[in-house]
Every structure is written in structure tokens, then in C-alpha cells.
Design a protein around this ligand. Structure first.
Ligand code: FES
Ligand code: MG
Length: 591
């Protein structure tokens, strides 16, 4: 061991080696000794590294971590630390009702208590499925003990009849074909299940791959860690190296607050554009930034990210899936392309102990069909547009998924490019949408915009991924696959729909969407960045004054606590009071 390791006193020794409080030390020792550890180990000058295990039978996207634990622990041991695995509240995107988004803040909250209240000196965060990544980065930011993230990795590529079948993305395509009568129920099931051939998280550039790329771009992982598919040999190697590195980080006292700086978030935003990342990234990064005490605003996504190009040819914005992305070089190759163009803040510190610029040296794309060079992108100006108007203070639109057909139909009116005026059809949540979307009396045609409300953080609760609404069957059969859609909820990161989403504030707390009615004309102006209901001001004011909030029904205690503490998506959907707690590791809990 190097000299930097001499004479360190660790936080965990306050529990296990505290001569000033023999009673408590004995109690701590006897119960941790009874399972696996010796007194010599627990009292040695070796840091205890927690491993936050998010994998379990009810979290299939993260289940691989159950099998990676041995490798992580071996790395921690070989690095000179002592591993202590503990469970994290599960967050399975495709299992948790009413939505996994409700559980992000709960997992965050419980992780803060574990990291603060137990004898841990550092932590390995096992990430994967959508919200598991931000929940843990938020928790590590609040506590501020040395922390490093390890993704479980995406599934192998899915295939259906010789074509790549991407997680989620094939669902949106197949449900359209089912509605059109092109395929039957059985084929629908087979197509969707073909997209999940192994352990791992979604193999598209959905929210899981995006948030893990964000963890890497923020500097919270080892270089090249996020994109390795779950079953690959390199995934096990990365688990070992990550465990080992976690120990060094404790000796170096390298904390989230050293890594999660404004520069790191700017790197994440430009990387998000280049990968064609999920619209769920802005609220999650906003939440991480707020817990880290970094200034970030939803408008930064347009200012910093919109002008950047799309470099990664991966579904839903492109063609390929996770295996190709990893083989082409993964996140370091994308960031190296951005760095060559001067778009990366290379001085940002990372979990490797080196700067981002140092980590990216020698990295490059080895397959220019999958990861394009900066000057030959798939699309220019591919980031999010942040809209505002009388319907919301902010909402996002992902421009990298606007198809040529969509642009021609809705955004290419001669002399009014980027402007679309249409009749609003308003749905009160997904049940109402499913009940009425094929109701001919609504008169939904090519000149309609579909709205959905009551599906934000407070309304749903948790904010639902339902804004990418499919047009009525009659329009689908006529070849119109997408209508513009707008809502105060979110949409799946695997969706190829250019919806306008995350509208904040949401309708149930009195945001502008609450006053919209079916039949109102609405104007979208991408040049100005606005969306407005074309309703006379006095009429709008009258509706506002007559509005009464809808009745909210909680089904569990957490739903009530969540709703009474959560903010809006534009501000990250955080537990608002929690953002006041920062670097809580400074204060040792009472004995
Ligand atoms: Fe878990 Fe997509 S559903 S990663
Ligand atoms: Mg999702």
C-alpha cells in the first residue's frame, strides 16, 4: 500500500474502533462479526465500501448485479477495502404501478439514510434501469461520501425476422401495426418479447442507456463503463475495476462534490444531444444538480445542448442497438468526438482521479456508421427545444426524432416553417385517452393536436410516460403515424415520437394546461419557442378564476408523502425540502 494510505482514520472506525465509547463499539462489532467479518478486519485501517445492490427478482433490468456482486467485492478486497452489500428499494420501470417514477425519490431518501447512518466510507452504486441511476446519484450527491457508479449494462441486441428489435421502440411500432390490422395479438407478443434476449436493461438509447451515459459524462464512472452489454466479459472486468477504484477514491477523499460541478453537467448535456438521449434526462439531471448544489436550469438544455449534432446511430433516433454502440467505442468515443470539436470541458474531475480530458485521450469511434464524426453527423441541431407560453412555463421537445414525414405535414407550411396551428383535443389522463381516442364525434383529423393532462408529478402521481399518444385507428390506416402531442407527463425514452412533454407546472397545481378545452385553437411556433392556446385573454382569465383543482386520491402513504413534498418536472421533481440538505456526511449521526 502506498504512503497516501498511512494513518487514515475512517468514518467507519467511529462505529467499530471507538475507545471513547466501548459499549457501543462492542455492540457494533459483535453483530457484524457474527456474519462474516473478523474484529481484526473491522478495526483495521481499511475502508468499508458499501455496495448498493439494485438487482433482485422484481428488478429484472438490474438483476445482473446479483451476479456482479462477487466481482465487485473481489475488486474492493484487492483494493484493500472491506465490502458490505446492501439492498436498494427496487425501481423496475416495467413492473411498478402506477409508475416507477414515483419510487425514484423514495429510493433516494432511503439511500441517504443508509449512507449517512451506517459505517460506510465509500459506495459503489449499481445502476441500470431508468430511475435507479438518478436515484442513487441524487443520494450520493446529498451525502457526499466517495461514490462510483457501475452500470449493469444493456441486454444483447434483440432481433425479429432478421431486423433489430429494440426495447420499447418495437412496442411503439408493433402497437401501431396491431391497430392497423397488419399483425395479430400473437405476433404482437412475439415481436415485443424478441427485444429482450438476455439479462440487462433496455438495449435502445432509452432512459436507461441515456442515464448511464449521463453518469459517465458526469464523471461518476470508470471510463467506458456504461455501454458494455450485461452478459459481456468486459462487464465483469468493469465490476472488479470499479470495486477496486472505490477504495482508492476513499483514500483520495474524492467525493461527488469534487466531480458533480457545473462543468460536469454541461458535458452531460452536450453528450445527451450527441447520443440522441431521452427526454427523461433533463428532470433527472436537474434533480442530481440540485442535490449537488449546482445551478442548472431547464433552459440550459436548449442553450447548451440544442445546437449540438446527433452522432450516435441508435434506436429510437437511428438504427443500431447497444452491442453496436459498445463495439463502436461507447460513451468515450462520443465524448472524444465532441472534445475534438472543443465541446467538452476537459478539466472536469472524474471518478478515475483524472480529468475528463485525460480519460478521453486516445479514445475514438471505430465504426463511423454507429458513432459519427462531429462534422458528419446524423442530424445537426439535434438537442431539445424548450417551449413556453400560456399553457406552461416550460416543456421539452426532442428534435432528433422529428421524422421527415412529421416535419412535412406539420412544420413545413409555405411561408410559416416551424409554425403549426391546430385544434386541441384534450384528454384527462390515459384512461380517458383510451376510452375516447376512436370516438368519431371528437373530429380528430390531421389538423388536431392531442393533449393529455393530470399526468404530472402530483397528478398521476409520479408523472406518467403517456404523452406519446397514438392517433386514432382511422388516421393510422390512412398512413398518419403521428400527430403532435402535448402533456404534463413524460414519455418513454424509447419512443420515436416528437411529443411536447414535461409541461411544467402541471395542470392539477393550476398550470395553463388546466384551462384548455377541446376545440380551442393552439399555435406551436418552433422559431419563437412558444406554444399558446389562441384563446382571448379575458376568456382565459375567466376560466382560470373559475377553475377548481381536481380531487386527488392517494392509495398508499408514500403517494401522499410524495405528492405533498414533490416539485415540478422542470425543477427535477425533487423532494423540495431535501434540496436544502447538502454534504450531510459532514455531520456524524448520534451514537
Ligand atoms: Fe428497465 Fe428499460 S425498462 S431499462
Ligand atoms: Mg420508461
Amino acid at each position: 500500500m502506498s504512503n497516501t494510505r498511512a494513518n487514515k482514520r475512517f468514518r467507519s472506525q467511529e462505529w467499530f474502533d471507538n475507545p471513547n465509547n466501548a459499549n457501543m463499539t462492542a455492540l457494533y462489532l459483535e453483530r457484524y462479526q457474527n456474519q462474516a467479518f473478523t474484529r481484526e478486519e473491522l478495526q483495521s485501517e481499511r475502508p468499508i465500501i458499501g455496495i448498493a445492490n439494485t438487482g433482485s427478482d422484481i428488478s429484472p433490468c438490474n438483476k445482473i448485479h446479483v451476479f456482479l456482486m462477487d466481482r465487485i467485492k473481489a475488486g474492493i478486497r484487492d483494493g484493500g477495502g472491506i465490502p458490505m452489500e446492501f439492498p436498494v428499494h427496487p425501481i423496475q420501470e416495467t413492473g411498478k404501478r402506477p409508475t416507477a417514477a414515483l419510487d425514484r425519490n423514495l429510493a433516494y431518501l432511503s439511500l441517504v439514510e443508509v449512507l449517512h447512518g451506517y459505517p460506510l466510507d465509500g459506495v459503489v452504486l449499481t445502476t441500470g434501469c431508468d430511475k435507479t441511476t438518478p436515484a442513487q446519484l441524487m443520494g450520493a450527491a446529498t451525502v457526499d461520501i466517495p461514490a462510483i457508479a457501475l452500470n449493469g449494462g444493456p441486454m444483447l441486441d434483440g432481433w425479429w425476422k432478421g431486423k433489430r428489435a429494440g426495447s420499447g421502440t418495437i412496442v411503439w411500432e408493433s402497437r401501431r401495426l396491431l391497430a392497423e390490422g397488419v399483425i395479430d395479438y400473437e405476433e404482437f407478443m412475439q415481436r415485443v418479447c424478441a427485444s429482450a434476449p438476455s439479462l440487462g436493461h433496455c438495449n435502445t438509447m432509452g432512459t436507461a442507456s441515456t442515464m448511464n451515459a449521463m453518469a459517465e459524462a458526469l464523471g461518476m464512472t470508470l471510463t467506458g463503463s456504461s455501454a458494455i452489454p450485461a452478459p459481456f466479459r468486459e462487464r465483469m472486468e468493469m465490476a472488479y475495476q470499479t470495486g477496486k477504484r472505490a477504495v482508492e477514491m476513499v483514500f483520495e477523499n474524492l467525493k461527488p462534490s469534487d466531480i458533480l460541478t457545473r462543468e460536469a453537467f454541461e458535458n452531460a448535456i452536450v453528450t445527451n444531444t450527441a447520443i440522441g438521449g431521452s427526454t427523461n434526462a433533463p428532470p433527472h439531471l436537474q434533480a442530481i444538480a440540485r442535490h449537488a448544489g449546482v445551478e442548472l436550469d431547464v433552459k440550459d438544455w436548449q442553450e447548451i445542448g440544442h445546437g449540438e449534432p446527433l452522432l450516435v446511430n441508435m434506436q429510437p433516433a437511428g438504427t443500431y442497438l447497444g452491442e453496436s454502440f459498445h463495439r463502436a467505442g461507447g460513451v468515450p468515443a462520443v465524448m472524444a468526438e465532441l472534445a475534438k470539436a472543443g465541446r467538452i470541458r476537459e478539466g472536469a474531475m472524474t471518478a478515475t482521479g483524472k480529468t475528463m480530458g485525460e480519460n478521453l485521450k486516445g479514445k475514438e469511434s471505430v465504426d463511423h456508421d454507429v458513432i459519427r464524426p462531429y462534422d458528419r453527423p446524423l442530424r445537426e441541431h439535434a438537442g431539445f427545444i424548450v417551449l413556453h407560453g400560456n399553457l406552461f412555463d416550460s416543456a421539452l421537445m426532442k428534435t432528433s426524432v422529428i421524422s421527415e414525414d412529421f416535419r412535412r405535414r406539420f412544420l413545413s407550411h409555405p411561408g410559416h416553417e416551424g409554425v403549426h396551428e391546430a385544434r386541441a383535443i384534450v384528454f384527462e389522463g390515459p384512461e380517458d385517452y383510451h376510452d375516447r381516442i376512436n370516438d368519431a364525434s371528437l373530429g380528430i383529423d390531421e389538423n388536431s393536436i392531442l393533449f393529455i393532462r393530470g399526468v404530472g408529478c402530483v397528478g398521476y402521481p409520479g408523472s406518467a410516460e403517456v404523452v406519446n399518444m397514438q392517433p386514432p385507428d382511422a388516421l393510422l390506416k390512412a398512413g398518419i403515424n403521428h400527430l403532435p402531442t402535448v402533456g404534463d407527463g413524460r414519455q418513454s425514452g424509447t419512443s420515436e415520437s416528437p411529443s411536447i412533454l414535461n409541461a411544467s407546472p402541471e395542470s392539477v397545481v393550476g398550470g395553463g394546461l388546466a384551462y384548455l378545452r377541446t376545440g380551442d385553437m393552439v399555435r406551436l411556433d418552433l422559431n419563437e419557442g412558444t406554444m399558446n392556446a389562441l384563446v382571448p385573454e379575458d376568456e382565459w382569465a375567466r376560466r382560470r378564476s373559475e377553475w377548481t383543482p381536481p380531487e386527488i386520491v392517494h392509495q398508499t402513504p408514500w403517494q401522499e408523502i410524495y405528492r405533498s413534498t414533490v416539485g415540478q418536472l422542470a425543477q427535477g421533481g425533487c423532494i423540495e425540502l431535501a434540496t436544502a440538505y447538502q454534504r450531510v456526511v459532514k455531520h456524524l449521526p448520534r451514537d
